[in-house]
Design a protein around this ligand. Structure first.
Ligand code: AMP
Length: 190
């Protein structure tokens, strides 16, 4: 299965991604995790990415697209994958579409976790306390949310028009949300 896990920052994508990858065969590809590890290792990519991440801005499309292009060619991803945090712009979605269609492949489902803004800011600030993520301060969180609404949310219409969008209510417990995700995934052949 090739799936995209979609939703605003703080919607619980990371938590649900772990549960999905434990239950369904899929390589878990998180661009946020890949960038954070590049930052930690002090690579050239990390230095570039950090300047955007610290402000809550998106890393340029060509950089992210290059990373994904290499990653989905790896052996584990050939059997299927879950993208978490990618695509985030229409240009990224179109590039992904080109990469897959050149191999006669396509995205099976886009699971969009729906959570309201008030809940998001609260959840992220809570996470900041626990994990100490540098991009979780209130101003940066608000910027990430507005970047999401302006640049990323339009992707829902993009995937809706190709018939693969599945919206899931992200309010409730982790298990309640996961049950809803399982229901929509059961409609897709594995
Ligand atoms: P995340 O952990 O997915 O919230 O990502 C953390 C940060 O990494 C984002 O705020 C962006 O600065 C950057 N990032 C992650 N994925 C992407 C992407 N697909 N496009 C651009 N920037 C990204």
């Amino acid at each position: 299965m090739r799936l995209i896990l979609f939703g605003p920052p703080g919607a619980g994508k990371g938590t649900q991604a772990d549960k999905i990858s434990g239950n369904y065969v899929a390589a878990h590809i998180s661009t946020g995790d890949m960038l954070r590890s590049a930052v930690k290792n002090g690579t050239e990519l990390g230095t570039l990415a950090k300047s955007f991440m610290d402000k809550g801005e998106l890393v340029p499309d060509d950089v992210i697209i290059g990373i994904i292009k290499d990653r989905i060619k790896e052996e584990d991803a050939k059997k299927g994958f879950m993208l978490d945090g990618f695509p985030r712009t229409i240009a990224q979605a179109e590039a992904l579409n080109d990469m897959l269609s050149s191999e006669n492949e396509s995205i099976d489902i886009v699971v969009s976790i729906e959570v309201n803004d008030q809940e998001i800011v609260g959840r992220i600030l809570e996470r900041a306390k626990i994990e100490g993520r540098e991009d979780d301060t209130e101003d940066v969180v608000k910027n990430r949310l507005s970047v999401y609404r302006n640049q990323t949310e339009p992707l829902k219409a993009y995937y809706q028009s190709s018939g693969v969008l599945a919206e899931v209510d992200g309010m409730g417990t982790i298990d309640e949300v996961f049950e809803r995700i399982k229901t929509v995934l059961s409609r897709v052949e594995q």
